[in-house]
Design a protein around this ligand. Sequence first.
Ligand SMILES: *Cc1c(COP(=O)(O)O)cnc(C)c1O
Ligand code: SF4
Length: 332
Amino acid sequence: MCADAPRFLGDTFAERLTPHLMRLIAKDPTGPVARQFRATAEERRVLPYELDDPLGEADRTVAPRLVRKYENRALLLVTDECLAHCRYCFRRGSTGRKGGAISETELAAALSYLERRPEIDELLLSGGDPLALRTSVLSSILNTLRTRIPRVIIRICTRVPGVSPSRIDTATVDAVRSSIPAWLVVHVNHPDELTGETREAFERFVDAGIPVVVQTVLLRGINDSVDVLGRLFEELLRIRVQPYQLFQADLARGTSHFRVPLERGLAIYRALRSRVSTLALPVYALDAPGGGGKIALDGHAALRNDGASYVIAGSDGREYRYPRERENGRGR
Ligand SMILES: *Cc1c(COP(=O)(O)O)cnc(C)c1O
Ligand code: SF4
Protein backbone atom coordinates (compact mmCIF):
# COMPACT_ATOMS: atom_id res chain seq x y z
CA MET A 1 0.00 0.00 0.00
CA CYS A 2 1.64 3.22 -0.96
CA ALA A 3 0.90 6.52 0.64
CA ASP A 4 -0.08 9.05 -1.99
CA ALA A 5 -0.62 12.67 -1.13
CA PRO A 6 -2.67 12.82 2.04
CA ARG A 7 -6.19 14.14 1.86
CA PHE A 8 -7.46 16.63 4.38
CA LEU A 9 -10.27 16.02 6.75
CA GLY A 10 -13.09 18.47 6.15
CA ASP A 11 -15.20 17.52 9.11
CA THR A 12 -13.32 17.45 12.35
CA PHE A 13 -13.87 15.30 15.41
CA ALA A 14 -14.79 17.76 18.15
CA GLU A 15 -12.41 18.15 21.06
CA ARG A 16 -14.02 17.06 24.30
CA LEU A 17 -12.38 17.15 27.73
CA THR A 18 -13.54 16.68 31.31
CA PRO A 19 -12.60 19.00 34.21
CA HIS A 20 -10.43 16.14 35.56
CA LEU A 21 -8.50 15.92 32.28
CA MET A 22 -8.19 19.70 32.10
CA ARG A 23 -6.47 19.68 35.49
CA LEU A 24 -4.05 16.95 34.38
CA ILE A 25 -3.33 18.78 31.13
CA ALA A 26 -2.75 22.08 32.95
CA LYS A 27 0.00 20.39 34.97
CA ASP A 28 1.70 18.99 31.87
CA PRO A 29 0.44 20.76 28.72
CA THR A 30 2.49 18.70 26.28
CA GLY A 31 2.50 15.45 28.26
CA PRO A 32 0.96 12.06 27.52
CA VAL A 33 -2.56 13.01 28.66
CA ALA A 34 -2.58 16.22 26.60
CA ARG A 35 -1.37 14.33 23.54
CA GLN A 36 -4.22 11.85 23.80
CA PHE A 37 -6.98 14.46 24.12
CA ARG A 38 -5.92 17.78 22.55
CA ALA A 39 -6.82 18.09 18.87
CA THR A 40 -3.90 18.91 16.55
CA ALA A 41 -3.48 19.84 12.90
CA GLU A 42 -1.84 16.45 12.28
CA GLU A 43 -5.32 14.92 12.30
CA ARG A 44 -6.02 16.64 9.02
CA ARG A 45 -3.56 14.36 7.26
CA VAL A 46 -5.58 11.39 6.03
CA LEU A 47 -3.80 8.50 4.33
CA PRO A 48 -5.42 6.69 1.40
CA TYR A 49 -5.77 3.43 3.28
CA GLU A 50 -7.30 4.98 6.38
CA LEU A 51 -10.95 4.14 6.87
CA ASP A 52 -14.18 5.57 8.27
CA ASP A 53 -15.03 2.16 9.67
CA PRO A 54 -11.58 0.65 10.34
CA LEU A 55 -12.92 -2.48 12.02
CA GLY A 56 -15.51 -3.25 9.35
CA GLU A 57 -18.36 -3.04 11.86
CA ALA A 58 -21.03 -1.82 9.43
CA ASP A 59 -20.87 -5.12 7.53
CA ARG A 60 -21.16 -7.12 10.73
CA THR A 61 -24.14 -5.24 12.16
CA VAL A 62 -26.89 -7.81 12.67
CA ALA A 63 -29.49 -5.67 14.47
CA PRO A 64 -29.54 -1.96 15.38
CA ARG A 65 -26.27 -1.18 17.22
CA LEU A 66 -25.48 -4.88 17.53
CA VAL A 67 -22.22 -6.08 15.94
CA ARG A 68 -21.44 -9.76 15.64
CA LYS A 69 -18.07 -11.10 14.51
CA TYR A 70 -17.96 -14.28 16.57
CA GLU A 71 -20.20 -17.26 17.13
CA ASN A 72 -20.51 -16.84 20.88
CA ARG A 73 -20.10 -13.13 21.57
CA ALA A 74 -21.58 -9.89 20.28
CA LEU A 75 -21.10 -6.18 20.83
CA LEU A 76 -23.88 -3.71 21.65
CA LEU A 77 -23.20 0.01 21.16
CA VAL A 78 -25.37 1.40 23.95
CA THR A 79 -24.50 5.06 23.35
CA ASP A 80 -22.47 7.18 20.94
CA GLU A 81 -21.35 9.56 23.65
CA CYS A 82 -18.03 9.65 25.50
CA LEU A 83 -17.14 12.03 28.31
CA ALA A 84 -13.86 12.86 26.55
CA HIS A 85 -12.73 12.30 22.97
CA CYS A 86 -9.53 10.32 22.46
CA ARG A 87 -7.96 11.76 19.33
CA TYR A 88 -7.11 8.32 17.92
CA CYS A 89 -10.70 7.04 18.40
CA PHE A 90 -11.45 4.21 15.97
CA ARG A 91 -15.13 5.17 15.98
CA ARG A 92 -14.40 8.85 15.50
CA GLY A 93 -17.00 8.94 12.72
CA SER A 94 -19.80 8.15 15.18
CA THR A 95 -18.49 9.16 18.63
CA GLY A 96 -20.41 12.19 19.88
CA ARG A 97 -22.34 12.42 16.63
CA LYS A 98 -25.20 10.02 16.11
CA GLY A 99 -28.13 9.71 18.44
CA GLY A 100 -26.68 9.49 21.95
CA ALA A 101 -28.17 6.61 23.92
CA ILE A 102 -29.73 3.49 22.43
CA SER A 103 -33.50 3.91 22.04
CA GLU A 104 -36.09 1.52 23.43
CA THR A 105 -36.94 0.35 19.93
CA GLU A 106 -33.28 -0.34 19.13
CA LEU A 107 -32.79 -2.19 22.40
CA ALA A 108 -35.91 -4.26 21.79
CA ALA A 109 -34.68 -5.23 18.31
CA ALA A 110 -31.22 -6.17 19.60
CA LEU A 111 -32.79 -8.22 22.40
CA SER A 112 -35.08 -10.12 20.11
CA TYR A 113 -32.02 -11.06 18.00
CA LEU A 114 -30.09 -12.17 21.10
CA GLU A 115 -33.01 -14.11 22.58
CA ARG A 116 -33.22 -16.21 19.46
CA ARG A 117 -29.49 -17.01 19.47
CA PRO A 118 -28.65 -19.03 22.58
CA GLU A 119 -25.14 -19.65 21.24
CA ILE A 120 -24.30 -16.03 22.15
CA ASP A 121 -23.21 -16.21 25.76
CA GLU A 122 -21.24 -12.99 26.13
CA LEU A 123 -22.34 -9.46 25.35
CA LEU A 124 -19.88 -6.56 25.19
CA LEU A 125 -21.32 -3.12 25.90
CA SER A 126 -19.45 -0.27 24.30
CA GLY A 127 -20.13 2.85 22.23
CA GLY A 128 -19.33 5.59 22.96
CA ASP A 129 -18.92 4.82 26.62
CA PRO A 130 -21.63 2.93 28.55
CA LEU A 131 -20.61 4.69 31.78
CA ALA A 132 -21.21 8.06 30.11
CA LEU A 133 -24.93 7.22 30.28
CA ARG A 134 -26.93 8.60 33.16
CA THR A 135 -26.75 5.97 35.90
CA SER A 136 -30.53 5.46 35.85
CA VAL A 137 -30.39 4.77 32.09
CA LEU A 138 -27.40 2.42 32.45
CA SER A 139 -29.12 0.63 35.28
CA SER A 140 -32.32 0.17 33.32
CA ILE A 141 -30.42 -1.21 30.28
CA LEU A 142 -28.45 -3.62 32.48
CA ASN A 143 -31.61 -4.79 34.25
CA THR A 144 -33.38 -5.40 30.96
CA LEU A 145 -30.42 -7.40 29.63
CA ARG A 146 -30.14 -9.42 32.82
CA THR A 147 -33.87 -10.25 32.77
CA ARG A 148 -34.28 -10.99 29.08
CA ILE A 149 -30.99 -12.81 28.41
CA PRO A 150 -29.93 -14.08 31.84
CA ARG A 151 -27.33 -16.47 30.41
CA VAL A 152 -24.96 -13.80 29.05
CA ILE A 153 -21.79 -12.59 30.65
CA ILE A 154 -21.75 -8.81 30.32
CA ARG A 155 -18.48 -7.05 29.45
CA ILE A 156 -18.66 -3.28 29.94
CA CYS A 157 -15.97 -1.29 28.10
CA THR A 158 -15.29 2.17 29.52
CA ARG A 159 -12.80 4.99 29.80
CA VAL A 160 -14.61 6.81 32.63
CA PRO A 161 -12.39 5.84 35.62
CA GLY A 162 -9.46 7.62 33.96
CA VAL A 163 -11.26 10.62 32.45
CA SER A 164 -13.87 11.39 35.11
CA PRO A 165 -13.23 9.29 38.22
CA SER A 166 -15.79 11.22 40.30
CA ARG A 167 -18.52 9.69 38.11
CA ILE A 168 -17.77 6.31 39.68
CA ASP A 169 -20.02 6.65 42.71
CA THR A 170 -21.93 4.09 44.73
CA ALA A 171 -24.88 4.20 42.32
CA THR A 172 -22.64 3.36 39.32
CA VAL A 173 -20.96 0.50 41.15
CA ASP A 174 -24.36 -0.81 42.32
CA ALA A 175 -25.74 -0.67 38.77
CA VAL A 176 -22.84 -2.80 37.50
CA ARG A 177 -22.92 -5.05 40.51
CA SER A 178 -26.60 -5.87 40.05
CA SER A 179 -25.86 -7.22 36.58
CA ILE A 180 -23.19 -9.78 37.53
CA PRO A 181 -21.68 -11.82 35.98
CA ALA A 182 -20.32 -8.56 34.60
CA TRP A 183 -16.73 -7.68 33.81
CA LEU A 184 -15.40 -4.19 33.48
CA VAL A 185 -12.80 -3.40 30.80
CA VAL A 186 -11.22 -0.02 31.40
CA HIS A 187 -9.20 1.81 28.76
CA VAL A 188 -5.94 3.24 30.22
CA ASN A 189 -2.82 4.12 28.26
CA HIS A 190 -0.30 5.81 30.52
CA PRO A 191 0.74 5.74 34.21
CA ASP A 192 -0.04 9.49 34.42
CA GLU A 193 -3.72 8.54 34.13
CA LEU A 194 -3.52 6.56 37.39
CA THR A 195 -4.14 9.49 39.73
CA GLY A 196 -5.29 8.95 43.31
CA GLU A 197 -8.92 9.52 42.29
CA THR A 198 -8.68 7.09 39.41
CA ARG A 199 -7.13 4.45 41.64
CA GLU A 200 -10.04 4.93 44.06
CA ALA A 201 -12.53 4.50 41.22
CA PHE A 202 -10.88 1.19 40.32
CA GLU A 203 -10.85 0.17 43.95
CA ARG A 204 -14.60 0.76 44.29
CA PHE A 205 -15.33 -1.78 41.58
CA VAL A 206 -12.74 -4.29 42.76
CA ASP A 207 -13.93 -4.04 46.38
CA ALA A 208 -17.50 -4.64 45.19
CA GLY A 209 -16.34 -7.93 43.66
CA ILE A 210 -16.50 -6.79 40.06
CA PRO A 211 -13.58 -8.11 38.03
CA VAL A 212 -11.71 -5.29 36.29
CA VAL A 213 -9.22 -5.65 33.44
CA VAL A 214 -7.51 -2.98 31.36
CA GLN A 215 -7.09 -2.44 27.66
CA THR A 216 -4.38 -0.20 26.31
CA VAL A 217 -3.74 1.24 22.86
CA LEU A 218 -0.10 1.43 21.76
CA LEU A 219 0.40 5.10 20.83
CA ARG A 220 3.44 6.79 19.34
CA GLY A 221 5.06 9.39 21.57
CA ILE A 222 2.71 8.44 24.43
CA ASN A 223 3.39 4.91 25.62
CA ASP A 224 5.59 3.32 22.94
CA SER A 225 8.37 2.31 25.30
CA VAL A 226 9.15 -0.68 27.47
CA ASP A 227 9.62 1.62 30.42
CA VAL A 228 6.25 3.41 30.19
CA LEU A 229 4.22 0.28 29.48
CA GLY A 230 6.15 -1.71 32.08
CA ARG A 231 5.39 0.93 34.72
CA LEU A 232 1.74 1.10 33.69
CA PHE A 233 1.21 -2.66 33.83
CA GLU A 234 3.01 -3.07 37.15
CA GLU A 235 1.03 -0.22 38.71
CA LEU A 236 -2.22 -1.80 37.53
CA LEU A 237 -1.37 -5.10 39.23
CA ARG A 238 -0.71 -3.18 42.42
CA ILE A 239 -4.29 -1.89 42.36
CA ARG A 240 -5.58 -5.42 41.67
CA VAL A 241 -6.38 -4.81 38.02
CA GLN A 242 -5.03 -7.00 35.27
CA PRO A 243 -3.70 -5.66 31.95
CA TYR A 244 -5.59 -7.65 29.34
CA GLN A 245 -5.17 -6.35 25.81
CA LEU A 246 -2.57 -4.08 24.22
CA PHE A 247 -3.90 -2.95 20.86
CA GLN A 248 -2.04 -2.00 17.76
CA ALA A 249 -3.70 1.30 16.72
CA ASP A 250 -6.43 1.05 14.12
CA LEU A 251 -6.51 2.64 10.68
CA ALA A 252 -8.93 5.42 11.67
CA ARG A 253 -8.83 8.51 9.47
CA GLY A 254 -6.27 11.13 10.43
CA THR A 255 -4.54 9.04 13.11
CA SER A 256 -1.29 7.97 11.42
CA HIS A 257 0.77 10.15 13.76
CA PHE A 258 -0.36 7.91 16.62
CA ARG A 259 0.54 4.59 15.05
CA VAL A 260 3.66 2.64 15.95
CA PRO A 261 5.05 0.47 13.13
CA LEU A 262 3.98 -3.08 13.83
CA GLU A 263 7.54 -4.41 13.83
CA ARG A 264 8.54 -1.98 16.58
CA GLY A 265 5.35 -2.82 18.48
CA LEU A 266 6.40 -6.47 18.48
CA ALA A 267 9.92 -5.60 19.63
CA ILE A 268 8.51 -3.57 22.54
CA TYR A 269 6.16 -6.41 23.41
CA ARG A 270 8.90 -9.03 23.40
CA ALA A 271 11.07 -6.88 25.65
CA LEU A 272 8.11 -6.42 28.01
CA ARG A 273 7.76 -10.15 28.36
CA SER A 274 11.03 -10.41 30.21
CA ARG A 275 10.51 -7.17 32.10
CA VAL A 276 7.10 -7.71 33.71
CA SER A 277 5.37 -10.51 35.57
CA THR A 278 3.22 -12.74 33.38
CA LEU A 279 0.25 -11.50 35.39
CA ALA A 280 1.01 -7.99 34.14
CA LEU A 281 1.46 -8.91 30.48
CA PRO A 282 -1.52 -8.21 28.23
CA VAL A 283 -2.10 -9.92 24.88
CA TYR A 284 -0.75 -7.79 22.02
CA ALA A 285 -3.50 -7.75 19.42
CA LEU A 286 -4.70 -6.16 16.24
CA ASP A 287 -8.37 -5.63 15.48
CA ALA A 288 -8.10 -6.58 11.84
CA PRO A 289 -9.09 -3.95 9.28
CA GLY A 290 -12.13 -5.20 7.39
CA GLY A 291 -13.80 -7.07 10.22
CA GLY A 292 -11.51 -10.04 10.95
CA GLY A 293 -11.83 -9.47 14.68
CA LYS A 294 -9.02 -9.43 17.20
CA ILE A 295 -5.88 -11.28 16.26
CA ALA A 296 -3.06 -11.95 18.75
CA LEU A 297 0.11 -10.72 17.10
CA ASP A 298 2.69 -12.63 19.03
CA GLY A 299 2.96 -16.28 18.18
CA HIS A 300 -0.48 -17.05 16.78
CA ALA A 301 -0.66 -14.87 13.72
CA ALA A 302 1.40 -16.06 10.78
CA LEU A 303 3.06 -12.74 10.03
CA ARG A 304 4.44 -12.29 6.56
CA ASN A 305 4.64 -9.21 4.43
CA ASP A 306 4.17 -8.59 0.77
CA GLY A 307 6.25 -5.41 0.78
CA ALA A 308 3.53 -2.88 1.48
CA SER A 309 1.42 -4.80 4.01
CA TYR A 310 1.60 -7.46 6.66
CA VAL A 311 -0.58 -10.41 5.87
CA ILE A 312 -2.12 -11.85 9.01
CA ALA A 313 -4.38 -14.86 9.49
CA GLY A 314 -7.67 -13.93 11.16
CA SER A 315 -9.49 -16.23 13.57
CA ASP A 316 -11.83 -17.09 10.69
CA GLY A 317 -8.84 -18.42 8.72
CA ARG A 318 -9.04 -15.61 6.18
CA GLU A 319 -6.15 -13.26 5.46
CA TYR A 320 -6.19 -9.64 6.58
CA ARG A 321 -3.77 -6.85 5.67
CA TYR A 322 -2.27 -4.13 7.82
CA PRO A 323 0.11 -1.58 6.28
CA ARG A 324 3.85 -1.63 6.94
CA GLU A 325 4.36 1.94 8.06
CA ARG A 326 7.50 3.93 8.72
CA GLU A 327 8.00 5.86 11.94
CA ASN A 328 6.38 8.95 10.48
CA GLY A 329 3.16 7.08 9.86
CA ARG A 330 3.54 6.98 6.08
CA GLY A 331 3.34 3.80 4.06
CA ARG A 332 6.48 2.42 2.44
C1 LIG B 1 -13.64 -7.09 20.72
C2 LIG B 1 -14.87 -7.69 20.22
C3 LIG B 1 -15.35 -8.88 20.79
C4 LIG B 1 -14.61 -9.59 21.91
O1 LIG B 1 -13.46 -10.21 21.45
P1 LIG B 1 -12.39 -10.77 22.49
O2 LIG B 1 -11.32 -11.35 21.65
O3 LIG B 1 -13.12 -11.76 23.32
O4 LIG B 1 -11.93 -9.61 23.30
C5 LIG B 1 -16.52 -9.40 20.31
N1 LIG B 1 -17.20 -8.81 19.30
C6 LIG B 1 -16.75 -7.69 18.71
C7 LIG B 1 -17.53 -7.11 17.58
C8 LIG B 1 -15.57 -7.08 19.15
O5 LIG B 1 -15.14 -5.95 18.58
S1 SF4 C 1 -13.29 6.09 24.93
FE1 SF4 C 1 -13.24 4.75 23.11
S2 SF4 C 1 -15.08 5.34 21.90
FE2 SF4 C 1 -14.70 7.00 23.40
S3 SF4 C 1 -13.46 8.52 22.32
FE3 SF4 C 1 -12.03 7.14 23.39
S4 SF4 C 1 -11.49 5.55 21.88
FE4 SF4 C 1 -13.37 6.60 21.15
